[in-house]
Design a protein around this ligand. Sequence first.
Ligand code: 2M8
Length: 438
Amino acid sequence: MNQAQLQQMAQVVLDQNWNGQFTKPAPSLYPHQWNWDAGFIAIGNAYDNFGRAMAEMRHLFSAQWKNGLVPQIVFGDDPQARYFPGPGFWQAHRSAQAPEHIQTSGITMPPVHGFVLWKMYEVAADKAQAKAFLKEMYPKVLALHRYLYDYRDPEEEGLVYIRHPWEGGTDNSPIWDRTLSRMQIDRDQLPAYERKDLQKPKAAEHRPTQEDYDRYVYLVDLFRQHDYDDQKIYEECPFLIQDPLFNGILSWSNEALIQIGSLIGEDITEPMQWHELTVWSMNEKLWDEDRGIYNAFDLRAGEIIPVHTSSGLIPLCGEVPTQEQAEAMLRTLESPAFGGKDSGILLCPTYSMEAKDINYKKYWRGPVWINLNWLLYHGLMRYDMTEMADRIRKHSLELLSRHGFYEYFDPRRPAEGEIGCGTDQFSWSAALCLDFLQ
Ligand code: 2M8
């Protein structure tokens, strides 16, 4: 398939998943609007459909909570949509902070919006229109970051915690295993629920387990019992993790807020302070000198989580590491753990291949994801590591053009069984393909 054909097919996926108000991540598995998906999708649309990219972001932020939180899911009103947990389970209206006019979940997601807006501005054909859009959005993104630093960084370290695996975006990442396994769940006490994500034949094999879902549900139940009060949740929640992917993305967006604020003549004192502190703290607390990667930290247990997933390489995109640290990260990427040097593996597996429990087909426990490849690509480019960056871009395009716009991919060559996994017609795979093709 040539580039023009691939581009056209990616556009078709985005057109088909657009419902007039927002883009569904996938037609049946994810029928509402998701937070970081919306950001990646807006980047893809910014080239040829800037109006739709703006509408996507406006729809997401129309559901921003009064305290600044931007929800993980904004629910659409399609009566056919089948997804668990839906708005009735979340009961976000228990919080006085939730918006009244639209239904949302009660947690957030990686804060991609700052760099998404900056990227949209960079590629915009009509700079005056894009600048006006930045003016409109800047205070909203600033309010989101303020929420994160005010409510999710209790020790004022500059490191934001997530309180649910869904907030991290990497739902069943091995990073969460130990913390989740410490949670003793009494199934009789758990609210009754029915998963809707197991329709496809391989879904049970590829998606998170029942034990995972019990814990996801337990946490949502805890949040709603506390009416989504951040302080009470902080006191009681068994899952409080400072994740390098989340904080790396936050750093990139802090930096973008500084750029946007300077361009539109706003006060940038806050993002400058946030940026400096977060970068410093990530290097002080999360950097693993021996292994050339960033770790996560379990705030509840008070310990480092020394589990190596590609999340620990994402801080490259926010220019968190020094040049020297970045070189160590490149060596990590080239090592047998991530297979970056001619190992026949298509980059980049999401979990260290040296881990005994890597599973190349199981969601966030091994497969390649296009959004993480895209973040890594940009991170490597910032350090002029063009060879590895190009390899990641080429591998991404190879997977997409040969196998289609799947949700995630088995990186092995030859792979056993199917290479494209999860849902097809996946919006961010299509959107970031468009960006990779520019
Ligand atoms: C996946 O997560 C949702 C819950 O948020 C799910 O499994 O139902 C993750 O891959 C997440 O990162 C993504 O934003 C979402 C929609 O694509 O699906």
